[in-house]
Design a binder for this molecule. Sequence first.
Ligand code: BDR
Ligand code: CA
Length: 321
Amino acid sequence: MSGIVQAARVAPKKIIIDCDPGIDDALAITLAHGSPELDIVGITTVGGNVDLAYTTDNALRLREFLGLPEVPITAGSEGALLRSRVNAAGVHGDLGLGEARLPEATLPVRAGHAADFIIETLKAAPGEITLVAIGPLTNIALALLKEPRIVGWAREFAILGGSYTRGNFSPAAEFNIAADPEAAAIVFGAGWTVTMIGLDVSRQALAVGKVVDRMRGMGRLGTDLLVPCVEFYGMVTAEEGPAIHDACAIAYLIDPTLIAVEPAVVEVETAGRFTSGMTVTHFDLGDRVPNALVGTTLDVPRFWDLVLGVYEDVARRIGVV
Ligand code: BDR
Ligand code: CA
């Protein structure tokens, strides 16, 4: 015997990413694309950080820039279920990717609605595909309203959204939930377990100076996407560096040991005068059955080791010119 024990190759986790790119959405998609643990089987877009036309256009541009032409991109809802839409153009720039200007896409968006793509894709492979939502939850709620059985078809469902402490859209509410609280209430009440990676975790994922310095050495990925994104994001956030929120949900799917989670009952406030969109999180369960696994802490050094390592791999593939 050679004495060499070969590690068994684990098949990558298939994922659909529902998103509103969005600076941190772009960084999250780049992480998912570069990670051998994940296989993106579809991207769906929603209006959120900027209008749907821009979030979809950004996803299309990103797909070609990263070199994943086989991944279908399907557009979904422009606005919230019942409310007028809000946006975060002040944080992400008018076009949604800060100062980054990726080349125009040549490949088209897939026909149809994101909610139908989600339903059809999960139905075709029950128990195999993980759904992760990193924007407002409108597309997911519409899919649930149309086909509640997706609850049983999804292998796992995770979001970047919510908070059990303070918000960023308001003192009480995180942006993705505040942008469509009725949709979020449907999603949390659907009967599946929502892995809620919220601000409590993502505010620990700050792209501080040494992180950005490493991004600068990453060829075109660095100069054309990562650096103009995080520098813009950094200018408009008051923290030590911008929080790369959405990448946290993807990192959890790659390596769940990076984020500690606790079971909880999460209810979404839809009526509050000051608290609309708040994710009211009951960690003290009593006899209640949890509907969520809520992220509490992030292993920050291991998170950045993972993210920057993956970005370096992607950067090598994209090249320098
Ligand atoms: C979330 O809000 C959006 O602005 C980001 O893209 C992220 O999904 C953070 O609150
Ligand atoms: Ca987002």
